[in-house]
Write a protein that binds this ligand. Sequence first.
Ligand code: PRX
Length: 638
Amino acid sequence: MTLKIKSLNQYKKAYKKSVKDPEGFWAEQAATFKWKKKWRKTLQWEFKSPDVKWFVGGKLNITENCLDRHLKTRGDQVALIWEPNDPSQAYKEYTYKELHTEVCRFANVLKANNIKKGDRVCFYMPMVAELAIGVLACARIGAIHSVVFAGFSANALADRIKDATCKMVICSDFNARGAKNIPVKAVVDDALKMRCKSIETVLVHRNTGEKVKMKKGRDKWLHEELEGKRKTCKAEVMDSEDPLFILYTSGSTGKPKGVVHTCGGYMVYTSFSFKNVFQYEDGDVYWCTADIGWITGHSYIIYGPLLSGATTIMSEGVPTYPDAGRFWHICEKHKVNQFYTAPTAIRALMAKGDHWPTHYDLNNLKVLGTVGEPINEEAWNWYYDKIGKGKTPIVDTWWQTETGGIMISGMGDIHPLKATHAGFPLPGIQPCLVTPDGEEIKGNDVEGLLCVKFPWPSMIRTTYGDHERCRQVYFSAFEDMYFTGDGARRDENGMYRIIGRVDDVINVSGHRMGTAEVENAVNEHSNVVESAVVGYPHHIKGEGIYAYVITDGMVKDENKFRKEVLAVVTKEIGPIAKPDKIQLVSGLPKTRSGKIMRRILRKIASGDTSNLGDISTLLNPEVVEEVKKGAKVLLSNE
Ligand code: PRX
């Protein structure tokens, strides 16, 4: 059994051991899994290149640990509950036995369609059970899955397909989401018109059943392919360090990068962190509301829970459909014990009124989790009081796509609770705060840039097809440290509070976005000469997107222009990247070397123009006054 920490004392002991003897600590955890061949060396690493390998020489298949391993002991236990968008439709349940069968059948479909170990398979799917099954089917045969959030545009999808040279796309016909019906297959068709030469097959899952165009020779119906497929499929032998999946995420520059996670370390860490953070007990029902298009869905809907033999729920819908009681209704219906969501959802539901949760029985809740962005005190208190009834611990889990698993967080009610504080590092995680010069800031009651100074099993190994970018983004800022891009405080008791990104990455409703990426999209509008995008405080989304735009002077109707810009951004990235505010300006404050002064723009967008610092050294200080005035008007229209 993986170590299950049950008290603060035990945590302290485990943490100490994990720092003193990391290899011993993780070898003990890893030994609790099913390996086809034991590793010969637990850890080999250096952060310069970087080159990190865990469980070197070990052979395994993660799906044998998610599924086969449980068949004897819990074959008839429910592994996955799928809750549909429409509450009047029946939910589906898969026992471990059934899930095993479905994964094997799907894996045989992949094989029959020429997918082999190491091939990349792209998923562009809503939250249907077939997505989870398909992902596991890839892992079964050693294909590398690359799930693209189904809210991204055809352009964004095409970029990701090309970057990973995927051989197959798996999608659905349509996506029923809230009151909307989104034509998923049509988006895939558009993407594939953009020179996605590597794609041989498109597998289409019949979801809503509406008519879609099928291209002969390329497009196949999943249900037809599944017909007569064998119910078993031999699990491919994978090396610990073979890639398991690629997941694209935004950075401060350039296009999104494909974060690569590998089989062995990811398996050990996601299971370990799941069990401990959520204090999962046999028989509990766990629900994470994330989308599998993001890392939270990978690690804590699919892998972590299934590796731990849990019952995990995936839900297709949105928090407010058909009404703002939907989450709580699902919690009551399935007697949810651990509930994990994002601050943006909490704020959105809080805004709908306190009465919604009171209509449902939430007494089964034992742990509440939050993830993806800093949680403000008001939302934390509402979650604690109205959902947790003042007695259910909140785990504020800080981590990233790159970290693979939760890094800093409470563990059930083991640690003291402190609103807005993620808390203490998990065993095996060695965070530190550094100055911009790379000097480690020791002691408590301090603030700095958040780094990690020792490897952990589920950390990023590379960025797909461009290892140098991985080195440059995460390992070049500070010597021998992984740099997170976040700023943090460590309070007088050593508890961490995440302040937010210190780079040009913004966090909109828990969705991570590069400002450069949005700027590039805005600049695609033919009247835009230059733009600068920053985040600004938003009462529901956490951060909103504020775009300052210089036009060519030919814009006659500003409102029409704004709408066109939104349409361009939707086309380039997707609706999640649409700016909330677009301000037309004649110039952008720049340094003498031509660099946009984002600090000033951020401050103005936040509505705070009290102290902009010394602007006299700017190339164009006169523009600041104009920008300030325009922002005041725009922000007063909230
Ligand atoms: O800024 C931090 C914020 O989300 C970023 C990572 O985003 P992503 O890779 O999309 O992963 C999100 C889900 C793991 C971080 O750099 N973030 C994540 N969790 C928290 C958070 N900020 C504050 N508190 C958190 N609990």
